[in-house]
Design a protein around this ligand. Structure first.
Ligand SMILES: [Zn+2]
Length: 653
């Protein structure tokens, strides 16, 4: 970034800066929103970022000046401030790479994938140049070579309710996309690209290192970003674009503003195909800006349809989308796809994907838009409570995709084969069922497949099973209440669980203790079922006669796993009679005995297959005298295929 540009930018934003340097009052009057459909600020706006950045498309470098005004609403004086510097994850000795290689020792970080961010200078208004006070820290694993978090100690504390202003000059070197951010030929995804302050949360700074399996956590505020880059670039970014100015040196400077968001991402590529459309929601018209790869122009309709159908259901079921725009990016590199940023998402698409195969773009676009609710607005801690964003989002994804495409058809409806998202999510959970609790910090799972299986798959399955206990409509009201109550804040898992208990009017602790905090596995089986004629002891018993011979029928139901959940058992007899038993599941087994002039035909646990947490559905039934081998074989093969598909799906998000 040239000095003149920095100067111009700083002058342009002087009014806001001037207020901040003199410790602006937290009660200052905000200008009317331009990036949201609301009439006043939606969040507490702890942070105000003003960034002027120049991107060199040849070198894939970025030089910028960031002016961050931070309001100290922590309730106490603060003199230490931590920042994320996440591009440094793409270095061989980082904690991110250490964790990548823990599961797959063949993963390499070739030179082209390396990336870095360097703070050139850091000043604090009224306190001078504190660059020498920058210290890298590794709060999660103590790795002295990890440079993804730094902190700075101020010479004097910032009083409670006062503001502090940081002025940071930094330099980024992007690498080819390894995960989420970087370039591929002339495509660039600018994510995790600027020093981002941590969150004061639950009485301490929360500023985790960049891990292989975790995402992000930041405070709400405003972003004023000026991005200078070559004139031929087509650009998408968080927030809304306010201005475009052509510069004499062949560059242009675009001005963006984001309000009530907690991160800012951008992308550029000269060959993006732009499609503009809109969605009319309960707060007004939202612009949908679609940036497609040039060979995916024929995918525009699929993207727009899934966006509009998804936004409609979120609006009606859970609450309004209050921003004026959502930008949907179809990235040139899959590894930058399937990501969420405030008001900007990345999907994935393939030109050859048949319409009946809905993993791309439908499933992934729906999922990433869902994160506008479960991450961007309800901004939970993705490091510590990952199930609250990924898992809750996987559940709402199941509900919304089912509603759009029909039950059992949300992943695939092709050549007579169907697959539902419910099954896909459940299948990803099965191999990891007893490894990690949902409440585990995301970077502490035994493996990344367990993280994916539990955080996404188990949470979705836990909530689908909760429908059995409190009802589908009640759970919808729970989620609506949770969204409206906690949007633009940082709730915890207990906030969600308490909302569920309050809205349903039921004590659910017994369920959450097992499902959320525990690793108990749920598995019920029909252990034994038979009918035995009562007159077996006669020396010459009469021939069995339907409706005449009396049988003693017993059905043994066994709780194989440690997860206790009430179940229904339906027992059918050959006289057409059907008995439904309700078992609380508390003992290890139960035996039902009947004496009737009828013989057992079948015994079935959970006949509607509502208890999807049950790890093995094959042992839930007994069927008399039916050759079930062939049928089960087909089912087994299909299960295997769907598990494979589910794994693919799990990696998308
Ligand atoms: Zn996700």
């Amino acid at each position: 970034m040239r000095f003149r540009d920095i100067l111009l930018f700083l002058c342009a934003t002087a009014a806001a800066c001037a207020g901040a340097t003199t410790a602006a009052s937290p009660q200052q009057v905000s200008p009317p929103p331009v990036a949201t459909l609301a009439e006043k600020p939606l969040s507490e706006r702890v942070v105000a970022y003003q960034i002027a950045a120049r991107f060199d498309a040849d070198k894939r470098t970025l030089d910028a000046t960031e002016v961050l005004t931070y309001r100290n609403l922590t309730g106490q004086p603060q003199d230490i401030f931590p920042f994320h510097l996440y591009l440094n994850a793409f270095q061989p000795t980082s904690t991110f790479m250490k964790e990548e290689r823990r599961d797959r020792a063949d993963i390499e970080l070739k030179d082209k994938y390396k990336a870095s961010a360097e703070v050139k200078s850091l000043e604090v208004a009224g306190m001078g140049d504190l660059t020498s006070q920058i210290k890298f820290v590794a709060p999660d694993d103590g790795n002295p070579d990890d440079r993804t978090v730094f902190q700075v100690k101020l010479p004097r504390p910032v009083a409670s309710n006062e503001s502090v202003q940081f002025r940071i000059a930094f330099h980024d070197q992007f690498g080819q996309v390894f995960a989420r951010t970087g370039y591929k030929r002339d495509f660039i995804m600018g994510a995790q690209w600027f020093p981002k302050i941590g969150v004061w949360w639950q009485g301490a700074w929360n500023c985790h290192q960049f891990h292989a399996d975790t995402e992000f956590f930041a405070d709400f505020g405003t972003f004023d970003v000026k991005l200078t880059l070559p004139q031929n670039e087509i650009v998408g970014a968080s927030g809304v674009q306010l201005d475009e100015m052509k510069n004499a040196d062949g560059t242009k400077t675009l001005t963006f503003r984001g309000e009530d968001i907690h991160d800012f991402a951008w992308t550029a590529q000269p060959t993006y195909h732009v499609v503009d459309d809109s969605f009319n929601g309960s707060m007004g018209r939202v612009k949908i800006r679609l940036l497609l790869q040039p060979d995916h122009i024929d995918q525009a309709g699929r993207h727009l349809r899934i966006m509009q159908e998804t936004m409609k259901r979120f609006d009606q079921w859970y609450g309004p989308y209050p921003y004026k725009q959502i930008t949907v990016v179809d990235p040139a590199d899959l590894r930058a796809g399937g990501m969420e940023y405030p008001t900007l998402i990345t999907g994935d698409a393939f030109w050859w994907m048949p319409e009946g195969l809905r993993l791309f773009p439908e499933n992934v676009v729906e999922h990433e838009f869902g994160h506008q609710y479960w991450y961007a607005m309800v901004a939970t801690n993705e490091f510590e409570d990952a199930w609250l964003d990924e898992g809750l989002n996987s559940y709402t994804e199941c509900k919304i995709l089912d509603d759009i495409f029909g039950k059992h058809k949300s992943v695939m409806d092709l050549w007579g084969l169907t697959e539902s998202d419910d099954d896909a999510r459940r299948n990803s959970y099965l191999p990891a069922a007893d490894l990690d609790p949902m409440s585990r910090f995301a970077y502490k799972y035994i493996s990344d497949s367990s993280y994916g299986g539990i955080t996404y798959g188990k949470t979705a399955t836990v909530l689908l099973t909760l429908e059995k206990a409190i009802g589908e409509e009640t759970l919808k009201r729970v989620i609506h209440t949770y969204f409206m109550r906690y949007r633009f804040t940082h709730p915890t898992q207990e906030d969600f669980l308490k909302t569920a208990e309050q809205v349903s009017g039921q004590s659910l602790r017994w369920y959450f203790d097992q499902a959320v905090y525990g690793t108990q596995v749920l598995d019920y089986e029909i252990r034994r079922a038979n009918s035995d004629r009562l007159d077996w002891y006669l020396k010459d018993p009469p021939k069995e006669k339907k409706g005449k011979t009396v049988y003693r029928t017993q059905v043994q139901v066994h709780r194989k796993g440690d997860f206790i959940f009430p179940v229904d058992v339906v027992i059918r007899f050959d006289n057409g009679e059907s008995i439904t038993e309700h078992w609380d599941g508390k003992d290890r087994w139960v035996r039902y005995t009947y004496e009737k002039k009828a013989k057992l035909v079948s015994a079935q646990i959970d006949p509607g297959t509502a208890v999807l947490l049950d790890r093995n559905l094959f042992n839930n039934s007994y069927v008399r005298e039916e050759d079930t081998r062939a049928r089960w074989k087909i089912v087994s093969y299909w299960t295997w295929i769907t598990q494979l598909l589910s794994q693919c799906l799990a990696w998308l998000a």
